[in-house]
Design a protein around this ligand. Structure first.
Ligand SMILES: C[S@@+](CC[C@H](N)C(=O)[O-])C[C@H]1O[C@@H](n2cnc3c(N)ncnc32)[C@H](O)[C@@H]1O
Length: 150
């Protein structure tokens, strides 16, 4: 999950939770700017305390996403958001923001961690989902999808 982040200076993590992926991102790429979004304020607070060098944003991603407007052309989004179980009123604005962000530049990419074999959410035709790998060490085994232009 954290491996693709090695080549990026700007990384956005969605649904950081307890910070397992955050820890790996910081360890693998300590000089990158990392912005982590987490709905639960208690988890967000713990994450900010554990990683004072990153930016932690508490609350629903789609209501706090203005920071994306000021990011450089090249950036990676790493997402563990549970799209198949989120409410419709959250999925729609969240995916619209993500699609717009990726369509702004070909150097942007999203990797999505999922337990489902199908594509995580519907996207415009200019974006393409690609199945990347299974992480067998995860319980249960999890899949990684990548979304980008082309
Ligand atoms: C699969 S869990 C996180 C797994 C994470 N890698 C960990 O180590 O705990 C998904 C996380 O997404 C968060 N979440 C759900 N909806 C969200 C939203 N709209 N914006 C930001 N975070 C959200 C949940 O609170 C939860 O912590």
């Amino acid at each position: 999950m954290a491996q693709p982040a090695d080549q990026f200076d700007t990384i956005i993590e969605l649904g950081a939770g307890t910070g397992v992926i955050t820890d790996a991102l910081v360890e693998r790429n300590p000089s990158a700017r990392l912005i982590a979004f987490e709905l639960d304020p208690a988890l967000a607070g713990k994450l900010a305390a554990r990683h004072p060098g990153i930016e932690v944003v508490a609350g629903r991603f789609h209501e706090q996403a203005q920071i994306l407007d000021s990011l450089p052309e090249r950036a990676l989004i790493v997402s563990a958001l549970p799209f198949r179980s989120l409410p419709k009123e959250v999925i729609r604005p969240t995916t619209v923001i993500l699609a717009r962000f990726l369509m702004q530049n070909v150097a942007r990419s999203l990797v999505q961690f999922t337990y489902q074999p199908r594509t995580p959410f519907d996207v415009p035709t200019s974006l393409t989902w690609r199945w990347r790998r299974v992480i067998w060490r995860n319980t249960p085994p999890a899949g990684v999808w990548e979304l980008r232009q082309g």
